[in-house]
Structures are given as C-alpha cells and as structure tokens.
Design a protein around this ligand. Sequence first.
Ligand code: ATR
Length: 278
Amino acid sequence: MAVDRYAVFGHPISHSKSPLIHALFAKQTGQKIAYTAQDVPPGCLEVAVRVFHAGGGRGLNLTLPLKELGYQLVQELTPRAQLAGSVNTIFWQDETLCGDNTDGVGLIRDLTANLGLTLTGKRILILGAGGAARGIVGPLLEQKPAFLVIANRTLARAQELGERFAVLGKISVTSFADLAGKHFDLILNATSASLHGELPPLPEGLIAKGGCCYDLMYADRPTAFVRWGLEHGAIISADGLGMLVEQAAEAFYIWRGVRPETAPVIWQLRADADKKTV
Ligand code: ATR
C-alpha cells in the first residue's frame, strides 16, 4: 500500500525535528505516512508546493522564513491563520490550497496542559514584535490575561502589533528601557536574540513572585533566555520544545483526523537532547 506523503519546507531546514516528531506520531497511532524535510528558498515556494502536490503530497508544514509567504500563497485561510498573518500548515480540500496556523494553539497547550499554567487574569509580557510574536498575540489574548504588554527594540513594530490586536483585549507596547519597575507573571521571549546566544536588555525584578518564563526558541542546551529566567527567580523557565511538538500534533490531527499523545514524544526529544549535551 502506498504511504501518504507529507513534508516540512524551510530554508535552512537540515536541523528540523519535524520528520522525527511526525515519525513518532505515525508509529504511535499506526498511521502510514512518510514525512520528509525539504530545503526550499523563498523564491521557490510556489513551484515547490505545486510539484509536491502533483507528486501525490497530502500536506505540508512551513517554517522560517516561509510562513508569511505561505499566507500569501494559499487560496483559503482558517480564522487562526488569518489572525496570525502566517501559515505553518498546508492541506488540500478537494483541489483548494488551504492554510492553517497551529503555532498559537501549540503554545497555549504547552503552557496550560503540559506546564500547568493558568493564563486568565495574569500579567503577560512578550519580548519581540516580529513574526513569532505576531503568531501568539491573538491566542494569548483569547485566554483573557489581565493585560498583555509587547516590548520591542524597534518600538514602531510593537506599536503596529498593538494596533492590529487592540480589538481582542487589553494590550500595550513599550521599549525595553521602560520595563523598569514593572512585574509580570509570564514573560515570553519571541525575539530571535537567543538564536545568537543574546538577550534583550531586561531590568531586575521583571519576573513577579511565582512568575514564569518561556522561550519560543528551542535548542539542545538551555537558551540564554531560559537561563536568565532561572537566574532571576522564575519558578518555571521553559524552552519551546513542547510548543514545537504540540503544533506538530495539531497539524497531524488536521491531516489524519487522529490526535497523537504528545508527552512521550516530548520526553523522547528531551532525552535525545540531554544525551547530546552530556
Ligand atoms: P521572527 O519571525 O523570528 O519573529 P523577525 O520578524 O526578524 O523574526 O523578528 C525578530 C524579533 O527579534 C524582532 O522583534 C527583533 O527586534 P526588532 O524588531 O527591533 O528588529 C528581535 N531581535 C532580534 N535580535 C535582537 C536583539 N539582539 N535584541 C533585542 N531584540 C532582538
């Protein structure tokens, strides 16, 4: 029997964990699928999507830097992809190219189901105002926090985001310098700074008593932001591995109609990473 084909497109893509995650989901649920990673430069996305589908491909994930282009490319968007302004999951309905975004739901599931956090009524800070931040503002506001603040190096980008999402809840923007004296129950790092081992300049006392930190980035070793959280009193300081697995599980569900268990997959990836770093 032929297996159904799926893939993740990105540029670069060699370090993607998605093929392993989907192989583990397929094994666990008994689904017969093949999932590969393909390097697709932005200028080649449209042709690569067409060729993949013509060859029998059933669904795609898009990762950096293709998510915004995916948003432009698809014929139909789910409401959450529309809200995020980016697409990380593609499927075909009849012959219509459809785009969804599972990043937001992936983050919320990791925060609430896996880490046991409550977001309602909490003071939440997002660091960064790029594509990663835009994808999570809507889903976070849906959880009804007390308020949401976006801090960014370039204030104009934060202002743009703030205006875009103002209808959904209590949102304000600030520079890093103006964070002094403020306290938050949850601080999320959506800057790309930690990819380079850097941190935005953060004042002392930013984490409220009992507060938590979460880095949307993930690496085999704790990121600079995860370490900062632990060193500054966060009771939980987590990286984005759980979100990565949760967004993949939601994509798997969209394609296959079956929801895989995520906990064993998160454990396995964490154990693999620990083996690499000892
Ligand atoms: P992504 O799609 O991954 O969010 P992006 O759109 O390039 O990527 O956005 C990167 C984010 O990280 C931005 O908020 C950027 O701040 P600016 O808007 O001021 O450029 C932020 N960023 C990157 N490096 C940073 C650093 N060293 N310190 C603080 N913020 C940084």
